[in-house]
Design a protein around this ligand. Sequence first.
Ligand code: ZN
Length: 255
Amino acid sequence: MKRPVGPPPRGPGRQCTGTEAARGNSSPLLRATRGKDGFRPRIPVAPLAGPYPSGVHVSVSTMTSLPAAPAPAPLDEAADLAARLLAALGFDLTSSELAATPGRMVRALKEMTTPPTFTATDFETTAEPGQLVLVRDIRFVSMCEHHVLPFTGIAHIGYVPRKRILGLSKVARVVHHCARRLQVQERLTGQIADWMVEHLDPAGVAVLLSAEHTCMTLRGVGATGSRTTTSSLRGVLLDDPAARAEFMSLAVSAP
Ligand SMILES: [Zn+2]
């Protein structure tokens, strides 16, 4: 299976080792099995802490369909602009309390909008046809592109493997990779599903997000406690009502 490899979108990001994804899990929901004999990297990506069991594939986590993050402006230049913004809003930046605020503001925004990169690791599976793999309750933080304010929530990611399964920790990293940028929840949901399709070629994918948007809970309408739910379904988890119902019931049921 062809898997895209590209440079990190912006900043140094993070590299994770393939061995991290080889840890087992005991969830009865996660019935897919993994190859256990001998590690080998499919695409060598430095730095990686090999060796890897046979059947293990690793690749850099960039996604061709995700837009590249903008080139970073020099932080001092951005801090100057932040200082002008705060001054225009009426704040006195000559006070000692606010003197370092523009720099902190820029560094925080940069961190919140820089997608962390990672090494995606997938495995050959002997899962029986039609098995559902579901990773629930992945917490994420993203930034509303309309107000540049955070929205936070949880993601449930399900897929029906065809030949490959993804290391479980990598499922959460996919969510964070797609979330850490200026986003809207609707697009984020679809990009996570597209990432899974692009990297695993599964029989089906389902992504369910529920999030609180501070741009509508802390300001404006002040709809405290409101949440927004979005879903993106692909393959059998879109077309097969029974498979879709299984995902939905497991994703929203109590542990
Ligand atoms: Zn907003």
